[in-house]
Design a protein around this ligand. Structure first.
Ligand code: HEM
Length: 365
C-alpha cells in the first residue's frame, strides 16, 4: 500500500525558486546590461542540465556492463537508455541554432567580461567524454597542458578519478571478448570468414581480369584498387599487425573484440544477434552525434569570433576543428564496414548452430 504523502506544489517539486534565480548576467552586475547575455546563460545552463541527464543514463549503462553475467533483458534496457542519449544529443545540436540568433556584435557587448571562463571548463562535458572512453593520451592539447588544467582543484580531482574508472568503451570491449559464438558447436567463425573473404577477393580479381569492356589502363587501375582492399584484409588477419596498430593508436579495439563485433555485424539477421547489433549501432550513433556536435559548435564559434582566440585561451576554431576527428571513441566500430562482405558470400552456419541462434519457439522442425 502506498504511504500517504503531503500534496506537492509544482514550483517546490522543481525547485523553481532556485533554478530561476540562477541567471546573473555579468553585464548587469557591471552596470552595462547586454540584452543577449540572458540567452547565453540560459542556453549554457540548458546544456548542463542535459549533460546531467546523459551522465545519469551512462552511469546506469556502465553499472550494467560491469556485471560479469549479462541477461538479454539487461542489454535491452541498456540499448533503450543509450538511445535516449541519442535523442538528447539531437536536441543539443539543434539548440545551437537558438544561440546563433545572437550576432557576433551582440556577443562582443559582454564577451570580455567572461574571461577566462569557457565551455572548455565544463566538468560534465569532460565526464561524458571520459565515461565514454576518450583516453587522455588521445586528446588534442593546447598550451601543452592537460585538458583539466583549467578546471578548479575539486573538479580536476573528479575528472581524474573518472579517467581511472572503467569506461563504456572498455566494458563493451570486455563484453565483446566474452562472445561465445566465435567458436561454437564446431563452427570456427574466423577460419570460415577468412576463407569466404579469400573466395570473394579471388572472384573480384577474376571479374576484373575477364572484363572485356575495360581498357588495359582501366584494368591496371582496378587491379591496383583490389590490391589495396587485399592489403586491408591481410592486416585484419594478422594479429601482430593488429597489435602494432593498437600500439600506434590506429586501432583501439582488441583483436578478439574486433572479431566478435564483425560476427555480430555479419550475422545480425540471426535473432539472437539483433540486440547486440542494436547495441553496437547505438554506440556508433552516439559517437557520430557527438562528432556532429563538435563540428556544429566549431562552425558556430568561427562565425561568432572568427579567428580570435577563445575566452579559455585556446586557438579557438582551429583547436575545436582538430578535436572533431581525433576525439572519436568508437572509430573501430565505424571502420568495421571495410570488412563486411555481401550476405551471398557469407559462410553458411551449420544447421544445429543456426537453430541455437534462433528463438526457441521459432526453431525449424
Ligand atoms: C557564443 C557561443 C560560444 C562560443 C563563442 C564558444 C567558444 C568556444 C571556444 C573558443 C572554445 C575553445 C576553448 C577556449 O579557448 O575557450 C570552446 C570550447 C567548448 N565549448 Fe564553447 N562556445 C560557445 C558556446 C558553447 C555552448 C552553448 C556550449 C554548451 C555547453 C559550449 C561548450 C563548449 C565545450 C564543451 C567546449 C570544450 C570543447 C573541447 O575541448 O573539445 N560552448 N567554446
Amino acid at each position: 500500500m502506498q504511504r500517504p504523502h503531503p500534496p506537492l506544489y509544482y514550483a517546490d517539486y522543481l525547485q523553481l525558486d532556485r533554478l530561476l534565480a540562477s541567471q546573473s548576467p555579468k553585464s548587469v552586475e557591471y552596470g552595462k546590461p547586454a540584452h543577449d547575455e540572458m540567452l547565453f546563460i540560459i542556453v549554457h545552463q540548458a546544456y548542463e542540465l542535459w549533460f546531467k541527464q546523459i551522465l545519469h543514463e551512462m552511469d546506469a549503462v556502465i553499472a550494467t556492463f560491469k556485471q560479469d553475467y549479462l541477461e538479454e533483458k539487461a542489454i535491452g534496457i541498456a540499448v533503450h537508455r543509450l538511445s535516449r542519449i541519442t535523442e538528447i544529443q539531437k536536441v543539443l545540436i539543434e539548440q545551437l541554432r537558438i544561440l546563433e540568433t545572437m550576432t557576433p556584435l551582440d556577443f562582443l557587448e559582454f564577451r570580455d567580461l567572461l574571461t577566462p571562463a569557457s565551455g572548455f571548463q565544463s566538468l560534465q562535458f569532460r565526464l561524458v567524454e571520459n565515461k565514454l572512453g576518450l583516453k587522455p593520451e588521445l586528446r588534442k592539447m593546447y598550451d601543452k597542458t592537460a585538458y583539466y588544467s583549467r578546471l578548479s582543484a575539486p573538479h580536476q580531482e573528479i575528472v581524474q578519478e573518472a579517467e581511472t574508472e572503467k569506461s563504456l568503451f572498455e566494458l563493451i570491449e570486455r563484453w565483446l571478448e566474452r562472445t561465445p559464438f566465435l567458436e561454437f558447436q564446431g563452427f570456427n567463425f574466423w577460419a570460415s570468414y577468412r576463407a569466404a573473404v579469400a573466395q570473394m577477393l579471388e572472384n573480384d580479381r577474376r571479374i576484373v581480369q575477364n572484363n572485356a569492356t575495360l581498357s588495359a589502363e582501366e584494368k591496371k587501375q582496378q587491379l591496383l584498387e583490389l590490391a589495396k582492399t587485399e592489403e586491408n584484409f591481410a592486416a585484419l588477419f594478422d594479429e601482430e599487425k593488429h597489435r602494432q596498430f593498437l600500439r600506434t593508436g590506429q586501432r583501439r579495439l582488441s583483436y578478439r573484440a574486433t572479431h566478435a563485433a564483425l560476427l555480430i555485424n555479419l550475422y545480425r539477421d540471426e535473432p539472437i544477434l539483433h540486440l547486440p547489433f542494436r547495441l553496437l549501432t547505438v554506440l556508433v550513433d552516439i559517437d557520430e552525434l557527438l562528432t556532429t556536435w563538435r563540428y556544429r559548435h566549431a562552425l558556430m564559434v568561427q562565425r561568432m569570433i572568427g579567428a580570435k582566440i577563445g575566452t579559455g585561451g585556446s586557438s579557438g576554431y582551429p583547436y575545436l576543428r582538430a578535436t572533431i576527428e581525433s576525439h572519436k571513441v568508437f572509430g573501430d566500430l565505424f571502420n568495421l564496414a571495410t570488412f563486411l562482405i555481401p550476405r551471398s558470400a557469407l559462410p553458411a552456419l551449420p544447421e544445429a548452430f543456426e537453430k541455437n541462434l534462433g528463438f526457441f519457439y521459432n526453431q525449424k522442425p
